[in-house]
Design a protein. Structure first.
Length: 239
């Protein structure tokens, strides 16, 4: 396998995986995902990846019709109240930016916020930086089966189709959200968004190596200790 040269940061949204496989999986791209392609909770992940691999380029790929941006908009307009950690790690970044509507928030403001957040680091390692907004209305997305799960897996170059195939209970390509970060604690705000705003109660951890199995067991315990996951089913899929 060729070495990692590109990091792609995108949203956890279940509708993006097939597109990311076909558009960006060239064998040398490592995928990092969370709620809204929000750099803040994955910056340490990106920094660690850049120590392990030479990174020539970073791509940030937020998208239209994004649930995380819907949450930001509702929180800023006072229609919903978010927890302290969601406010701190997602919503607060958008409070200084005026936006007319959700469309502007998704298509312009989120791109600007994420670009500002990653660009000093990208410059410091000499990597190019591109912001590629994914327009969901141009993608071929099948009808929603209503069966939504959340997969937690380390950043990887693995095709989402191959990750989905690890499941033996007919999880479809468009059924799983994906959060991919260095460590579970970094992305607890993102996991809380999936559990509370998206009502996902089936959370699964996939390990891509035997070495990770022990880490995964402790991650399961961290998740089970979060109040907002009290009603969720958290399972580890060991190698
Ligand atoms: Zn999204």
């Amino acid at each position: 396998m060729s070495d990692t040269s590109r990091i792609l940061i995108s949203c956890m949204d279940r509708r993006l995986s097939a597109f990311l496989d076909s558009e960006y999986n060239d064998g040398s791209t490592v995928f990092v995902r969370n709620a809204g392609a929000n750099v803040l909770t994955v910056l340490n992940t990106v920094k660690q990846l850049s120590i392990e691999h030479p990174i020539k380029s970073i791509v940030i790929a937020p998208h239209t019709d994004c649930g995380a941006m819907g949450l930001v908009e509702a929180a800023i307009n006072g229609r919903t109240k978010t927890s302290a950690q969601i406010d701190k790690y997602l919503v607060s970044q958008f409070k200084i930016n005026k936006f007319a509507d959700r469309k502007e928030l998704e298509s312009r403001i989120n791109c600007d916020v994420q670009e500002a957040s990653i660009s000093p680091f990208a410059r410091s390692i000499g990597a190019s930086l591109d912001i590629k907004l994914i327009d969901l209305s141009t993608l071929d997305i099948p009808a929603d089966t209503g069966r939504h799960i959340l997969t937690l897996v380390k950043p990887s170059k693995t095709m989402y189709l191959d990750l989905i195939r690890r499941y033996s209970d007919n999880v479809g390509m468009f059924d799983s959200y994906f959060i991919q970060a260095r460590g579970i604690r970094d992305v607890l705000p993102d996991i809380e968004i999936a559990a509370t705003a998206l009502h996902i109660s089936d959370i699964r951890l996939i390990s891509e190596s035997k070495l990770n199995n022990a880490i995964m067991d402790s991650d399961v315990n961290v998740l089970k200790s979060q109040d907002y996951l009290a009603a969720a089913k958290v399972t580890a899929v060991s190698r």
